[in-house]
Design a protein around this ligand. Structure first.
Ligand code: NAP
Ligand code: G4F
Length: 347
């Protein structure tokens, strides 16, 4: 019997939250993984180091290459060298608040980065290479009605991050239509995990409240408590990325849990799970939470964490993915919070 050829995947953004979960998933599925890491002064591979260790460098299924999606020639050259079956573009300046400070850079990486990869696939005439674009619910931005959002809901981005993701989304559709590339968008709603970056609100809340409970921190300072988000677990969402590229044709897909929570709810649930009894007092920017045991303020607000324009409401209708991809979220927001707390306590 002939040997079955292993599939090859190239992941831009391998060192990020999603890149690490996707790499784990694809290794289990017997893929050969190539990841692209940008040069930095520190190693910055902590989310994937365990994959190297468990493979002991002897199982030649996992490779890291230096590259940067701001650099079109190196991007083209890596794609040419590997000629992967699947490319996952997870690379981005992914922080919405930061995109107000560095808009041009955000547009270059988050927007033009996608174009550079798609143009490489086109120039190299890689007919069999499938492309996944990490699109975002942030593209919906300003929504009129508090309904679940789906693949047909119009976009009205509220940050250069959102604008750049809309550009990348339409570029993906365009390369599909113009050049017949198997290029799909996963429109993923917020997804979190113990590996979430520390400046995103869920990780900041869990880390802050655990440290307060442990006596290592006095206070947690936040911005808008009333934004509504649909929070899933990154592990579930990595599965959806793979399923999107296994579907019979390229398409665009909403991936979400269809459950909503405010930032304040997230604080309350986390505090409760840590047996911190809190009471909210005050209004607007002066709102704060008091620890009922110590009578001290443990959560307050600061204008510097507000955004010039906010996305107030995000809840996703993933019925198309449920029906056609047979994808379902398996981890509830409650379980997500427990997972994040557990990891934080074990540090
Ligand atoms: P993340 O943790 O911030 O990871 C982003 C990755 O992109 C990191 O590996 C980062 O490298 C890499 N990167 C940044 N600039 C790069 C460049 N110039 N060249 C090459 N790589 C670069 O984000 P995530 O949460 O895993 O999200 C993955 C993707 O999904 C992103 O595109 C994000 O915008 C999108 N998305 C995320 C969510 C969510 O809720 N998590 C929802 C919808 C869409 P470093 O480690 O060196 O920074
Ligand atoms: O955790 P966040 O920074 O995530 P945001 O802005 O929703 O963006 C994330 O999800 C997108 C998908 O919709 C991704 F595309 C994007 O890459 C990223 O992963 O903020 C969530 C909400 C916001 O409304 C923010 O204003 O929390 C509010 N918030 C309140 N206090 C805060 C804080 N956000 C942060 N980061 N820090 C705070 O102190």
């Amino acid at each position: 019997m002939g040997k079955i050829r292993k599939k090859t995947a190239l992941i831009f953004g391998i060192t990020g939250q999603d890149g690490s979960y996707l790499a784990e998933l694809l290794l289990k599925k017997n893929y050969i993984i190539h990841g692209v890491k940008r040069r930095s002064s520190s190693a910055n591979t902590e989310r994937v180091d365990h994959l190297f260790d468990s493979l002991n460098f002897s199982n030649k299924n996992f490779f890291i290459h230096y590259g940067d999606i701001s650099d079109g020639t190196s991007t083209l050259s890596i794609i040419n060298k590997i000629k992967p079956d699947e490319i996952y573009n997870l690379a981005a300046q992914s922080h919405v608040r930061v995109s107000f400070d560095i808009p041009e850079y955000t547009a270059d990486i988050t927007g033009l980065g996608a174009l550079r990869i798609l143009e490489s696939i086109k120039i190299l005439n890689l007919k069999k290479t499938k492309y996944y674009q990490a699109s975002s619910s942030e593209m919906y931005g300003l929504v009129n009605k508090k309904n679940s959002l789906n693949e047909k809901t119009p976009f009205h981005p509220r940050s250069v991050y959102g604008v750049s993701k809309v550009f990348a989304y339409h570029t993906t559709v365009h390369y599909r239509e113009a050049y017949g590339i198997f290029a799909s968008n996963g429109i993923l709603f917020n997804h979190e995990s113990p590996r979430r970056g520390p400046t995103f609100v869920t990780k900041k809340i869990v880390q802050g409240l655990v440290r307060i409970k442990q006596g290592l921190q006095k206070k947690l300072t936040l911005g808008n408590l009333y934004a509504i988000r649909d929070w899933g677990h990154a592990k579930d969402y990595a599965i959806s990325m793979w399923k999107i590229l296994q579907y019979k044709k390229p398409d665009d897909w909403v991936i979400a849990t269809n459950k909503e929570n405010t930032v304040k709810n997230f604080v309350n649930t986390t505090a409760k799970k840590l047996s911190l009894k809190i009471k909210w007092i005050g209004k607007g920017i002066n709102e704060k939470a008091i620890d009922m045991e110590t009578k001290k303020t443990i959560v307050d607000l600061d204008k510097k964490f507000l955004r010039p324009t906010e996305v107030d409401y995000l809840k996703g209708d993933f019925s198309k993915a449920r029906k056609k991809l047979k994808w379902n979220p398996t981890i509830t927001t409650n379980e997500l919070i427990e997972d994040m707390i557990e990891e934080e306590i074990s540090k």
